[in-house]
Design a protein around this ligand. Structure first.
Ligand code: 4AD
Length: 444
């Protein structure tokens, strides 16, 4: 077990005292009679110096044998040293060798394919460690908001019998003698669960087999979804503005040093995030968004869906995230509540600075007749499941939710990696996941 992390000993109280640190060699300089190490652990880095004259022969020989990423424990006295990164240095007395290591295959300037090949080693990169910590904080604080607001965390199924979204994007898997799919969204299950718990959320992997290779599409991503009985779409918009602001605010408080380090890589400045938290977010209708794009000279007409270029252009018109509401029914999913004028009660939340959609949400069609017709109209009744010897529509159970005590309800799904990509100002979504699933790249 490890008792102290590097960040714990970078304190005045430890000056002049013996400390012991376990970690990996981050940098190393061998200067004949001294070896300088920079040692890293999950919490930070510290310089450690081994002086030939102050250690025994074995310790000196050990010190000279390490490679970058070799693993060790050093014991020594903590001193102040202005020249050392962070201002502290350990003067080493003893070294415990775990693994000298082999020449490390990554130097820091590799191309994307090499990084993908060595992803299992590359994930130790310091700036990526920062991204992982920021992801952790965003998730923890988002959850925290919902727990405090009285929502229940639930655990929906991942192996599913029907399509929650669009039938062309499913991964099919063998399920004994039948076939099943990997879930695209927990939504339909959350809709069932609100009749027991009223306000629920889940964090699950979602799978999309879409062919597009873009900077914002993964085939496997983490989906934070909520669903609430009696809530209308406007309520969900409020909930999401408040909860995301809370999560961002807490994360920037908690991850100052990580953002500081990341700034030199991606250019994200905490002050930009602060202003997203402070200002009210915008709400516009799809119709107004189309008009805005046309005014900007984009060749788009009412009824077209936005591609990533249109979304980018649209978000550049605002300095805060924007909720776009009331899309035409044809471009959205079958389960959305029909207003009656050809639009549905839905919203997409577009992140600013060109990042585009990070949330899809809506009020659900809770009237049985309309929902039933839409399932037929969307051709979804072709999905069948076997119940005993009978083959029934895979949406039969979903329609039951409208037969036994149906109520107005709404929900949304947030793509965690899209959210993180925006918050960290990352160019490509692959760098939000330790092992991203992208078509054409190696599956570990
Ligand atoms: O807009 P989507 O498809 O909506 C749903 O799945 C709803 N059933 C959610 C709900 O209401 N419970 O996806 C929701 C979000 C998107 O806004 C995006 O952030 C993310 O999921 N997403 C992806 N993230 C990464 N890679 C992909 N291929 C994604 N597809 C969707």
């Amino acid at each position: 077990m490890k008792t102290l992390f590097i960040k714990d000993i970078l304190k005045e109280d430890f000056l002049g005292k013996e400390v012991s640190i376990k970690g990996w060699v981050y940098r190393m300089r061998d200067m004949k009679d001294k070896v300088f190490f920079v040692i890293r652990d999950s919490s930070g880095i510290i310089q450690a110096v081994v002086k030939k004259e102050s250690v025994d022969q074995k310790t000196w020989e050990d010190a000279t044998k390490f490679q970058i990423e070799g693993s060790l424990e050093v014991k020594g006295i903590l001193r102040k040293d202005e020249r050392a990164p962070g201002g502290y240095e350990i003067e080493v007395k003893e070294i415990k060798v775990y693994d000298y290591g082999k020449p490390f295959p990554l130097k820091g300037d590799e191309d994307v394919d090499t990084i993908q090949k060595y992803r299992h080693l590359w994930i130790r990169t310091r700036w990526f460690t920062d991204v992982l910590k920021i992801k952790h904080s965003l998730i923890v604080h988002l959850r925290d908001w919902f727990i405090k607001d009285g929502w229940y965390e639930v655990t929906p199924a991942i192996l599913v019998g029907n399509a929650a979204e669009n039938t062309t994007e499913l991964f099919e898997v063998k399920y004994f003698e039948d076939k099943a799919y990997l879930s695209q969204s927990a939504q339909l299950y959350l809709e069932a669960l609100i009749f027991a718990l009223e306000k629920v959320y889940s964090l699950t992997p979602s799978f999309r087999a879409e062919l597009s290779r873009t900077k914002r599409h993964l085939h496997e991503y983490w989906h934070f979804e909520i669903e609430a009985a009696w809530y209308h779409v406007e309520d969900i918009i409020k909930v999401m503005e408040e909860s995301l602001k809370y999560s961002i605010e807490k994360t920037i408080e908690e991850r100052k040093s990580e953002f500081e380090e990341l700034k030199s890589i991606t250019g994200r400045d905490i002050s930009e995030l602060k202003q997203f938290v402070e200002k009210p977010w915008k709400v516009i209708t799809y119709k107004d968004a189309i008009k805005k794009l046309q005014d900007l000279g984009v060749n788009i007409k009412y009824g077209d869906d936005f591609g990533s270029d249109e979304e980018r252009l649209l978000t550049e018109q605002f300095d805060v995230p924007v909720f776009v509401t009331h899309y035409p029914r044809e471009v959205k999913a079958f389960y959305m509540y029909e207003v009656g004028d050809g639009t549905v009660k839905n919203f997409d939340l577009l992140a600013p600075e060109g990042y585009g959609e990070i949330i899809g949400g809506s009020e659900r069609e809770w009237r049985y007749d309309i929902l039933h017709k839409k399932i037929e109209e969307w051709g979804l009744d072709k999905f069948k499941v076997k119940v005993g010897n009978e083959e029934i529509s895979a949406y039969e159970w979903y329609e039951d939710l409208r037969r036994y005590g149906s109520v107005p309800h709404s929900g949304m799904g947030l793509g965690i990696e899209r959210f993180l990509r925006w918050i960290c100002k990352l160019d490509h979504i692959r760098d939000t996941q330790p092992f991203p699933r992208l078509r054409g790249s190696w599956l570990y």
